[in-house]
Design a protein around this ligand. Structure first.
Ligand SMILES: NC(=O)c1ccc[n+]([C@@H]2O[C@H](COP(=O)([O-])OP(=O)(O)OC[C@H]3O[C@@H](n4cnc5c(N)ncnc54)[C@H](OP(=O)(O)O)[C@@H]3O)[C@@H](O)[C@H]2O)c1
Length: 285
């Protein structure tokens, strides 16, 4: 879709992190914005920032894992904007932790948030896009969807699922006027779920920026690009090594410090949880 000025985008995960940058880049391109996330306060801050660009911006606080909320969201956005031209499935969650210590509820919540919600939101906007013969779906995956990380298997599984779902849907819809793109960033510095750790990414992986990710979203829509990796370091070689033999990718993750990075992060997270549980017991007891 070469000309996106005046179109309407529904952007999930608009309250913080990469969503704020994606909203800014879309607004600069003259795209009207329907921003959603759970935090009303975060959405208001993003809306204030992007409304300088003279586009229509409205916020829709909602939990995208809830079907009734998803239905209300789509209905409200259509009532306010008339139609949804672009859906940016950006919301997501990550948690670096020992797999055996995760609860069933937590595992289900992550799969709902990262994988099922984007699939179902897309299913809800697609019939109108197909009827108009125009639209674009962009989904935020990750380089983690290309190779499983230790202490993050569920996250990686959801991101891998998004890549192959997007690839399949793109082929299915080719010629329909509706484009499908998937973005695969590596570690993103400055803001977002990795930046909150306040740590340097392993050298082999390198770090990218929110601006590069947001730019990839715009380019994917305008040039109708299927899959875009946004990775600065030599980790692009991982899928190549994986295709030769999985042992090679595992070897690189170990010697490149990626395994150790996640092991240490899981240890830190588990310590924090244990401390907060200890504090709760102190307060209650
Ligand atoms: N940052 C990175 O290094 C990186 C790398 C690769 C891929 N990614 C992907 O990029 C996307 C954005 O990540 P980020 O770094 O910006 O993460 P973030 O800072 O943690 O922001 C996540 C966003 O998702 C929203 N969200 C989470 N659960 C939700 C729910 N149940 N309902 C509605 N909204 C929900 C959050 O809003 P509320 O909490 O207000 O609901 C927030 O706006 C994610 O899909 C992530 O997997 C990030």
């Amino acid at each position: 879709m070469e000309n996106i000025r005046g179109k309407t985008a529904l952007l999930t995960g608009g309250s913080r992190g990469l969503g704020v940058h994606i909203a800014g880049f879309l607004a600069k391109e003259g795209v009207n914005l329907a921003l959603t996330a759970r935090s009303e306060e975060g959405l208001k801050t993003t809306a204030d920032e992007v409304s300088r660009e003279n586009v229509k911006v409205k916020i829709y606080p909602a939990d995208i894992t809830d079907q009734a909320s998803r239905e209300k969201l789509i209905k409200d956005v259509k009532a306010d904007f008339g139609q949804i031209d672009l859906l940016i499935n950006n919301a997501g969650m990550e948690w670096v932790y020992s797999y055996a210590a995760l609860t069933t509820d937590f595992i289900e919540k992550m799969i709902q948030t990262n994988l099922i919600s984007p699939m179902l939101l897309t299913r809800m906007v697609l019939p109108d896009m197909l009827a108009r013969g125009s639209g674009h779906i962009v989904t935020m995956s990750s380089i983690a969807g290309k190779r499983g990380n230790p202490y993050g298997g569920i996250y990686c599984a959801t991101k891998a699922g998004l890549i192959e779902w997007s690839n399949g849907l793109r082929l299915e819809l080719s010629g329909s006027g509706v484009g499908v793109s998937v973005i695969c960033p590596g570690f993103v510095a400055e803001s977002g779920m990795f930046a909150v750790y306040n740590k340097k990414a392993p050298k082999i992986a390198g770090e990218t920026t929110p601006a590069k990710v947001a730019n990839a979203v715009i380019k994917a829509i305008k040039k109708d690009i299927g899959e875009t990796p946004v990775i600065p370091g030599p980790s692009w070689i991982l899928p190549v090594l994986d295709a030769i033999h999985p042992c090679l990718a595992n070897w690189l993750l170990r010697i490149g410090g990626v395994y150790e990075f996640y092991r240490k992060q899981a240890e830190d997270n588990e310590k924090k949880v244990a401390e907060s549980q200890g504090n709760k017991e102190k307060v209650n007891g």
